[in-house]
Write a protein that binds this ligand. Structure first.
Ligand code: HEC
Length: 400
């Protein structure tokens, strides 16, 4: 009887563990060259999709009331993610449901667009904890590939070639000449919004415009929602991807104010390059649950005053003294949470909003460095920290 009970219990635990952490993804090795792969390329038939959960980023208050209201009720989103590699490039496909197609139109700035981003950890000289999700942190660079949905713009903007800025009916040409005109306009038309950024923390996210990062992104909308694809070299001057590649995925929904409001993002997810030696420590970190006791951790968070500065669940009043932690378990690794408790200044959460939190700064500048105003909890014993981390990992909204 006892044995049966433990079996049932361990089965239950295994099931909840499977629900909690994102699985590792295998980047299937293919012989097709991936540098120009599209969403409809045949190579994707070999891909193995896994479900990754993207949680609403709710750490900071916005200035905009409507954005705050949208974020307050936001849910987690499921995405299907697969990867391929050809030894030189990695290709990633992200599929997610989105009923409304919000596309950037010519000249309009009042439409929020759907979009997605894939973030890679930048190459560093020594092994580092993974960078802060979203924009990296000091000494831990990231490379972010961002793609937005854009419509075809008829008149090529900024091209200064007046000969292509007229209606085709007014060209006065026919047949092949008209076809050539159409082709020229199409080739000049601004149809793609694709940007690559590198960052090492708050305010450092800068666009790479010199083409030193190759990026091939695209988005296709169908009945089930969006499919976004991206391919990039495994190695360039910014990244050196081998064995296990950690990535983080974000999606924006234009109808929820897109980039200005709600963003859903995943924690770091491990992608193993087929045929290469996986980094088992990293795979373990990213695919297994935190080891502590979450119920004890909840008590420890209350007795140690964490709840005085942080909103832990949607039911708690928002606190201006620190970021909201109500989804922190959804997009943070256990290691990051441990570091936040033991060394608050190692990563100072970016995006602190001076308007929303005017009298309660999250950091002070000391000798040119940001020093967190969070209490240093390095005095806590290891078991208590494990318990608190396990509790923080449970903090996340329901999934759509
Ligand atoms: C005096 C207020 C205060 C207390 C008490 C406090 N924190 Fe914080 N915490 C902050 C501030 C401010 C930040 C943002 C600056 C930074 O990154 O350190 C923060 C950041 C964090 C983050 C990073 C959040 C993110 O979005 O990445 C975590 C996790 C965290 N705290 C957990 C805790 C836990 C667990 C406790 C209790 C053991 C605690 N905090 C106690 C003020 C506090």
């Amino acid at each position: 009887m006892k044995k049966l009970l433990t079996t049932i219990l361990s089965l239950g635990l295994a099931a909840s563990a499977a629900l909690a952490a994102n699985p590792a993804i295998t980047a299937v090795k293919v012989s097709d060259s991936l540098d120009t792969i599209k969403a409809d390329s045949a190579a994707w038939s070999k891909a193995k999709f896994e479900t990754v959960i993207l949680y609403p980023q709710t750490a900071i208050e916005f200035n905009d009331k409507k954005a705050n209201a949208l974020v307050a009720n936001a849910k987690g989103k499921k995405a299907q993610v697969a990867a391929l590699h050809d030894g030189k490039n990695i290709a990633i496909m992200v599929k997610w449901a989105d009923k409304t197609k919000d596309v950037e139109q010519c000249m309009s700035s009042d439409v929020y667009t759907d979009g997605f981003a894939v973030q890679f950890a930048g190459a560093t000289k020594k092994a580092q904890p993974l960078p802060y999700i979203g924009m990296g942190s000091e000494g831990r660079p990231v490379v972010v590939h961002l793609q937005k949905a854009t419509a075809k713009v008829y008149e090529p903007n900024g091209n200064k070639d007046v000969s292509t800025q007229i209606n085709r009916q007014q060209t006065g040409v026919f047949g092949k000449e008209l076809a050539d005109f159409d082709a020229k306009v199409a080739s000049l038309a601004n149809t793609d919004y694709e940007r690559v950024f590198v960052g090492e923390g708050f305010r450092s996210l800068t666009e790479v415009k010199d083409k030193s990062i190759k990026s091939n992104g695209a988005m296709v909308h169908g009945p089930a929602g969006w499919s976004g694809t991206l391919s990039r070299p495994l190695k360039d001057e910014y990244v050196n991807l081998n064995g296990t590649v950690p990535v983080s995925i974000a999606v924006w929904d234009g109808s929820s104010m897109g980039r200005n409001g709600l963003k859903n993002l995943s924690s770091w997810v491990a992608i193993n390059l087929e045929g290469q030696k996986a980094n088992s420590a990293m795979v373990g970190e990213l695919t297994t649950d935190a080891k502590g006791d979450a119920a004890k951790g909840k008590e420890a968070a209350a007795t140690n005053g964490c709840t005085g500065c942080h909103q832990m669940t949607a039911a708690d009043a928002p606190s201006l003294l620190g970021p909201s932690l109500k989804n922190v378990g959804g997009y943070s690794t256990a290691e990051y949470l441990r570091e936040s408790i033991l060394k608050p200044s190692a990563v100072v959460v970016p995006g602190y909003n001076r308007n929303a939190h005017a009298n309660t700064p999250w950091y002070n500048i000391e000798k040119g460095k940001r020093v967190s105003t969070m209490t240093d909890f390095s005095f806590l014993d290891k078991a208590t920290v494990d318990d608190i981390v396990a509790y923080l990992k449970t903090l996340k909204s329901e999934v759509e």
